[in-house]
Design a protein around this ligand. Structure first.
Ligand SMILES: [Zn+2]
Length: 260
């Protein structure tokens, strides 16, 4: 049940068709794990926090650097050199003290991924490297938890929502690790923030039933040219991660453009 304060805090979104008080209550009862709390994951966390997702688990190792500050909007200048997730938690709780935030100053590993996914209802894949993403994807398939996959490289970004048993998984999309696995690419905060807002929206849609999430579709964005297109994804029946899971096959054709 929502408290009177929560009912007032979220009243503008409770008005939305597809959310209502029931959807807001579902958001409150949701735990989301976010891997990577940088320009992308930190902004995802911000929008899930203000939307009232009841518990956020932030997973990110490392300390804040000065060159993070052009995009990591939960951080402040005086925090350089200190643990990122600690500050992310502090900022989020200042903005919305009605939610719970757990900060884990570590990266996703084979040792921690299963327990993180098991105690979450949804995962947001925002890590800066592909090994963490593949670990999270495989755990989400194992535990049948949905995962929003958001990634970017310079001015390009992509987004899809994975529901095990229903959609292709990340390993169907990338049987081989792509070569964008690097951290030092150029990035604008407005680009990571744009992708983050869309990723948070995917999670909110999936949790509440609002609208239509990107199931089995990849949204590609060239933000330099403001060009967006959607591709229908192909579920690999021999995928080593999700190939054993049966699902109703939709009209999946590899990289078949659909209308945006
Ligand atoms: Zn797969």
């Amino acid at each position: 049940m929502l408290t009177p304060k929560e009912r007032e805090r979220y009243s503008r979104q409770i008005q939305l068709l597809g959310i209502g008080e029931a959807g807001q209550n579902t958001l409150k009862n949701t735990t989301a794990v976010i891997s990577g709390v940088g320009g992308l994951g930190g902004t995802v966390a911000l929008y899930l926090a203000v939307a009232g997702v009841g518990k956020l688990i932030l997973v990110r190792g490392g300390e804040l650097r000065l060159d993070d500050l052009n995009r990591q909007i939960l951080m402040t200048d005086d925090w350089v050199g200190k643990t990122r997730v600690t500050k992310a938690k502090e900022t989020l709780i200042q903005i919305n003290p009605d939610i719970e935030v757990e900060a884990i100053a570590a990266y996703i590993t084979a040792d921690n991924v299963d327990s993180l996914v098991q105690r979450s209802d949804i995962a947001l894949s925002c890590a800066h490297n592909f090994p963490e993403r593949t670990l999270l994807n495989a755990a989400c398939v194992r535990w049948q938890k949905p995962m929003v996959e958001a990634a970017m490289n310079s001015m390009d970004a992509y987004l899809t929502t994975i529901v095990p048993g229903k959609t292709p998984c990340l390993s169907c999309l990338f049987p081989e690790m792509p070569d964008w696995d690097r951290r030092a690419f150029g990035v604008l905060g407005a680009v990571s923030g744009t992708l983050a807002c869309l990723a948070a929206l995917e999670a909110i849609k999936l949790i509440t039933g609002l609208g239509q999430p990107l199931l089995g579709q990849l949204l590609n964005m060239d933000l330099a040219q403001a060009e967006f297109n959607k591709l229908r994804l192909y579920k690999d029946p021999n995928c080593p991660v999700c190939g054993g899971i049966s699902h109703p096959v939709e009209t999946a054709q590899q990289q078949h453009p659909v209308n945006v």
